[in-house]
Ligand binder design. Structure first.
Ligand code: HEC
Ligand code: HEC
Length: 452
């Protein structure tokens, strides 16, 4: 157990040879190697992690994994963005329309002159040519334009940051500094996808016609996306509402076992899933669970669980997974400010309730805010229907981590946003678990939730 005898031995050897000046005890402490490159040429863990995080951030923000062959090449989305006047089709996507659809602009990517023009109101936000300029500056968060030599838009690709980043609105609404990991609850993914001139391949995949597909896409609404529709073809729930789920934050996930609302797998599992099956990047993906024809008819029919057989050189996703994983783990949930985001005194009382009378801490275990270990529950455990759970291999819901709740109050809570406010969530638990909370206790609990 003790490392002392070893240290003494090393020290003695050093002394014995009388040349190497190592301090006895230093060389064998694991911590000492942490921020120092080792003599074997391997990077220290700290430097290695730093490099990986920088690489992962680059991937998260800018890597399309070659998905422009799908979004531009197949769906021709770039033509709708460009508009007929500039060589594409339709009216084009003006900056105003883009911002209204929830797309965000990274102010740090804009040249100073452009920033000043925006501030002075001298930029024509109704002109699709301005959208192309913003794309050329690589300032549209999560979207990359590919240009041909004559300056026209040749293709377009998407990144993780499209859904899992927003901006702080420091320059104007929708224009500001990047906030990586924050869920973009303004983004109307369905409306953006529905702009694509050629939706036929997706409609064919789902065995529907294009108008039906558009109905599905336009029913998603802001802040939502349906990752499962491309597996099971279910566009709507039995009650007729959209089957889409809320975009969750991609921060505060370190220490959390299973991910997504329904616990599909680990972070690297889901990152590979999304990059291949949703973004349509070029990579390989394996999940035999998708061969289940009853549960995932579309996935089984198209062999999505064993996809595709491309060579390692063409695989642009797999080699990006380690750094992307580390980057996700490095994104802490942002901390709210007492007095601004929540009432500190009420939150303190709510804290006692959370782990006491309200029993929340039984599942949302501090500080991971989900169960250490197996963090899954049956729908009955939390008194909700099984529709979305049944669209995942385990037929359960994952205990949602609660850090940074104050950042995603738009769109509601629970996987489909069924509870418009945190007060509604607390009322739900009050009746589900017969907690007998008073109105004051409920409001204290809400203040505590806002403080996480
Ligand atoms: C089109 C929008 C969109 C894009 C692009 C996207 N995601 Fe997601 N992401 C979602 C949605 C929606 C979910 C929830 C899925 C579910 O539960 O079915 C999700 C879930 C996640 C989760 C699980 C979070 C948790 O609470 O456990 C992680 C991690 C994640 N995404 C990372 C990524 C990464 C990394 C990329 C890029 C490779 C990416 N996402 C691209 C919409 C998106
Ligand atoms: C039996 C385990 C369990 C208990 C006890 C529990 N939760 Fe949850 N909680 C869950 C699960 C599972 C989800 C995810 C439900 C879903 O996705 O539909 C969740 C989701 C939430 C969410 C939504 C998070 C989001 O991002 O939308 C909030 C807020 C929340 N719980 C707060 C509480 C509070 C407050 C209490 C105590 C009154 C509590 N929970 C008790 C399991 C539990």
């Amino acid at each position: 157990m003790s490392k002392r005898p070893m240290a003494l031995t090393l020290g003695a050897i050093a002394l014995g040879c009388c040349i190497v000046a190592i301090q006895p005890g230093r060389a064998v402490h694991a911590d000492d190697d942490f921020d120092r490159d080792s003599h074997q040429g391997a990077a220290s863990p700290a430097k290695h992690a730093e490099r990986m995080i920088a690489e992962g951030r680059q991937t998260f923000r800018f890597d399309t994994f070659g998905d422009e062959d799908f979004w531009g090449g197949t769906l021709e989305l770039h033509k709708a963005v460009e508009g007929a006047k500039l060589g594409g089709v339709g009216p084009g996507l003006s900056p105003l329309a883009a911002l209204t659809a929830g797309l965000k602009v990274d102010v740090d990517a804009l040249p100073r002159g452009v920033r000043e023009q925006i501030e002075a109101g001298q930029v024509n936000l109704n002109d699709p040519a301005v959208t192309l300029a913003l794309l050329r500056f690589r300032s549209v968060v999560g979207l990359t334009g590919f240009f041909n030599e004559s300056g026209g838009l040749r293709s377009i690709g998407i990144q993780c940051a499209l859904c899992h980043s927003t901006v702080d609105n420091s320059l104007a609404p929708g224009i500001g500094r990047r906030l990586d990991g924050w869920a973009n609850r303004d983004l109307n993914v369905g409306a953006v996808v529905a702009l694509a001139p050629n939706l036929k391949p997706v409609a064919n995949l789902l065995h529907v016609d294009v108008p039906t597909l558009k109905k599905v896409l336009l029913a998603w609404g802001p802040g939502k996306f349906d990752a499962e529709v491309f597996l099971d073809g279910k566009g709507f729930r039995p009650d007729g509402k959209s089957a889409a789920t809320l975009i969750p934050p991609a921060f505060g996930l370190a220490g959390v076992n299973l991910h997504t609302w329904t616990g599909w797998g680990s972070i690297p599992y889901w990152n590979a899933f999304v990059a291949n099956l949703e973004m349509h990047g070029k990579g390989r993906f394996f999940d035999p669970r998708l061969n289940n024809r009853d549960q995932f008819p579309i996935a089984a029919e198209n062999g999505l669980g064993d996809l595709p057989h491309i060579s390692p050189d063409e695989d642009r996703i797999t080699k990006k997974l380690p750094a992307l994983h580390l980057y996700q783990l490095s994104l802490k949930a942002p901390k709210p400010k007492a007095g601004k985001d929540f009432d500190a005194e009420a939150a303190e009382r709510g804290d006692a309730l959370f782990s006491g009378k309200a029993k929340c801490n039984n599942c949302h275990v501090e500080p991971a805010w989900t169960e250490p270990g197996w963090n899954m529950h049956t729908p009955q455990d939390v008194c909700v229907d099984s529709f979305q759970a049944d669209r995942a291999p385990d037929h359960q819901y994952r205990t949602a981590p609660l850090g940074g709740l104050f950042t995603h109050q738009k769109g509601g809570f629970y996987h489909d946003g069924r509870f418009p406010t945190l007060g509604d969530v607390v009322n739900h638990y009050d009746s589900c678990f017969s907690l007998g909370l008073t109105p004051y206790e409920k409001s204290d609990l809400v203040q505590y939730l806002l403080s996480l």
